[in-house]
Write a protein that binds this ligand. Structure first.
Ligand code: R5P
Length: 308
């Protein structure tokens, strides 16, 4: 199967090759505008977009790109979005709040995308918000992360894997399991508002142990800075942090200064500012997804094995 590729503006850092000609521009007021220059009639098209410091603009660019591709006569449109935007707003935390992840799903449905591929969703239930007409592939990067961590640390089987909140327990156990660790702990985190944590307590034993904190994303680093502090107060030795999505905004550079952090480049990283960050590049992982689509191979094998 032939698959044309379009790389939207915020996915350029992934260094993937587009296969057709198109433009992405902005009007002077900031409105996104795109144009497909080649014929894609009856072709299958993969559109890759990530989400940067301007997630609303990035989302809009993706939406209008899908629309442009649909109106140009493509037979099938696959959106590969390594990080799913607005995924932290997956339910109503209190009255008066929106479910923004559902709105994103509805927008993708309205422009008639056929398939969505994303990595390490903040919350599994977002899959249920997508219209069942759309094929939804939620890919775990645990094999990708464990491959790269093993290259650096060789053996993490004696480390305690720590979930910094209830939402990360499944991914923490999955990654710890792949790295042959049997020990894990959970931090009971209570938030007072978005990005503000009220309290944290460690459930599990970390005394004199090395700890790997596993999260889906690092935004301001507030969660992790507090988690590291509370782990140290509970007697942990070395603490490292692994997260799939490095959003890295606000005070993150201050919050995680001198802290060893491992992330992927699902979001472009400003590594000049954040020197302690180790970035695992997703390029080959995404190329391998594309090859599997082209050759009609299930993506599930990526859950069991990764090498590059
Ligand atoms: C929260 O539920 C997420 O999994 C992350 O822990 C959180 O969004 C990270 O945000 P920050 O780095 O601003 O604490």
């Amino acid at each position: 199967m032939e698959l044309e590729t379009i790389i939207c503006s915020s996915a350029r850092h992934l260094n993937l090759e587009p296969s057709i000609s198109y433009t992405t521009e902005r009007f002077s007021n900031g409105e996104e505008n795109v144009e497909i220059k080649d014929s894609i009639r009856e072709k299958q098209v993969l559109i890759v977009q990530s989400f940067s410091k301007n997630p609303a603009g990035d989302l809009m660019e993706l939406i209008i790109m899908i629309d442009a591709v649909r109106r140009s006569g493509a037979s099938k449109i696959i959106a590969l979005i390594p990080i799913f935007p607005y995924s932290r707003q997956d339910r109503r935390h209190s009255s008066g709040t929106p479910v923004s992840a559902k709105i994103v799903c509805d927008m993708l449905n309205i422009v008639n995308v056929d398939r969505i591929i994303t990595f390490d969703l903040h919350a599994d239930q977002i899959q249920g918000m997508i219209n069942s007409r759309i094929q939804f592939d939620h890919i775990s990067t645990r094999m990708f992360l464990s491959f790269h961590l093993q290259k650096k640390y060789k053996d993490l089987s004696n480390w305690v894997f720590c979930s910094p909140d209830a939402g990360s327990i499944k991914r923490t156990k999955a990654l710890g399991g792949k790295l042959e660790s049997k020990d894990y702990c959970i931090i009971n985190k209570v938030r007072s508002s978005a990005n503000v944590i009220e309290s944290m307590e460690v459930i599990g034993d970390v005394k004199n142990r090395n700890v790997v904190i596993v999260d889906d994303m690092i935004d301001t680093g507030g969660t992790l800075a507090k988690a590291i502090k509370v782990l140290k107060e509970n007697g942990a030795n070395n603490v490292i942090v692994v997260a799939t999505h490095g959003i890295l905004s606000g005070n993150v550079y201050k919050n995680l200064k001198n802290q060893e952090v491992f992330i992927t480049d699902s979001v472009a990283v400003d590594s000049d500012k954040f020197t302690d960050v180790n970035v695992f590049k997703l390029k080959h992982f995404i190329i391998s997804i594309k090859n599997r689509i082209v050759n009609n191979i299930p993506l599930g094998s990526l859950f069991d094995y990764w090498n590059e």
